[in-house]
Design a binder for this molecule. Structure first.
Ligand code: PMP
Length: 406
């Protein structure tokens, strides 16, 4: 296994000074950094293979098509999906969730139906459901969250028992506070009550293994940029019978079988949901993320990140007036915190002066901030390329920042 110093060299962006200090990148929940192999793949595609895919008969089009479809296969294998036809490319988690809301939701929701979302959701797993609920006369209901940041599973069961729930939409991991939700149990409960379930995997894919068949997922959505890949690529996995029963999302090239003015027939999966020229270059480059992850020792990422989480929690807790928001026993390496008498944004701006990148604000989870009655938090989110020394520097700089602010 390579040393952490060698691993960091694989991520060129990490090697820079920001405001006169070495960059410390603790904003991995917003987006992860890209290894050199992903950058090289992007460059190779544009320098050697650039062509539109699927319809071309020339060498470049064939090479580009093969590389594009290879990424689909790698995602199938990463998710342990039955078939690569069930892997649909979108522009991101947000687009994947909107696709399900606008096609599955429009075809299946009726007046009076209930859609359950949790109080831990990112706006992109709330608003698409509110929009379709409004259109169909359905109602969005909320699975409450306990003070620890853990979902209230008793309340979840009650909501399922007492209502005609059509669909549950819940994240695997909270981006704002890091809670890992017990999705296997939540999926089984949803199914036991006849509901379908969509899992937003945006924050889990970089941290844990996924098996959509073992978990019996109906829908699973994630973004490539949170998994060391490029921006502008998202994935929707769905069960075959669900995807086949769903009407197309957008109309255009690629998604059709035959078009005439007397009627149009639609393409097979997955192309039925992929209208227009897709994000070819970024999908192809995303392939290299899987090669990179597969080159790391199995289990090492989780081990490294858990060590960073424990260390950061322990060290940050020693700062006077610092309160961690979200203390679930099962968390990914995210620490959301507030420091008495200071505003998160001031902390973020001052840490940046020391070259430390954290995220501040509501993290696109305003209902969660409302639940805790806070304006937002400071969030440090770690990846396997971060180190304990970087956490030491965060703690030291935070202490200085607090004395500047108080
Ligand atoms: N869900 C969660 C839990 C997220 O963390 C994010 C990104 N912050 C999203 C959805 C949306 O992802 P994207 O912006 O890539 O569509």
């Amino acid at each position: 296994m390579a040393s952490i110093e060698q691993i960091r060299l694989d991520f060129p962006v990490l090697d820079q000074q920001v405001n006169g200090s070495p960059l410390i990148y603790f904003d991995n929940a917003a987006t992860t950094q890209k290894p050199q192999v992903v950058l090289d793949a992007l460059n190779k595609y544009y320098s050697e293979d650039n062509a539109n895919i699927h319809r071309g008969i020339h060498a470049l089009a064939e090479r580009a098509t093969a590389a594009f479809e290879l990424t689909r296969k790698k995602i199938q294998s990463f998710l342990h999906a039955e078939s690569s036809d069930q892997i649909i490319f979108t522009s991101g988690t947000t687009a994947s969730i909107n696709l399900v809301a606008q096609t599955y939701g429009r075809a299946n929701f009726e007046a009076g139906d209930k859609i359950l979302v949790s109080n831990l959701e990112h706006h992109s797993n709330i608003v698409p459901w509110q929009m379709i609920a409004l259109e169909k006369g359905a109602e969005v209901m909320v699975i409450p969250v306990l003070d620890s940041g853990v979902l209230d599973l008793d309340a979840y069961q009650k909501l399922l028992q007492e209502n005609t729930v059509k669909l549950v939409a819940v994240n695997h991991v909270s981006n704002a506070i890091g809670t890992i939700n017990p999705i296997q149990e939540m999926i089984a409960l949803a199914h036991a009550h006849g509901a379908k379930i969509l899992i937003d995997g945006a924050q889990s894919v970089a941290h844990m293994e996924m098996d959509v068949q073992r978990f019996d997922m109906d829908f699973f959505a994630f973004s490539a940029h949170k998994l060391f890949g490029p921006t502008g690529v998202g994935v929707l996995y769905g069960k075959r019978e669900l995807l086949e029963s769903m009407p197309p999302y957008q109309g255009g090239g690629e998604m059709i079988k035959e078009v005439s003015f007397s009627g149009t027939t639609y393409n097979e999966l997955p192309y039925k949901f992929e209208a227009g020229t897709p994000n070819i270059a970024d999908v192809i480059a995303f392939s290299a993320s899987f090669d990179y992850l597969n080159s790391l020792e199995k289990g090492w990422v989780e081990e490294q990140e858990n060590a960073l989480l424990s260390y950061a929690t322990e060290q940050l807790s020693q700062i006077d007036g610092l309160k961690i928001i979200g203390t679930a026993p099962n968390k990914i390496a995210v620490v959301s915190f507030l420091i008495e008498g200071t505003h998160p944004q001031d902390i973020g701006v001052l840490l940046d002066k020391f070259g430390i990148a954290i995220r501040t604000g509501h993290h696109c989870a305003q209902p969660l901030m409302q639940r805790f009655d806070i304006p937002g938090t400071c969030r440090a989110s770690f990846s396997f390329y971060n180190t304990k020394e970087e956490i030491d520097r965060l703690v030291a700089c935070l202490k200085r920042v607090v004395t500047m602010l108080l």
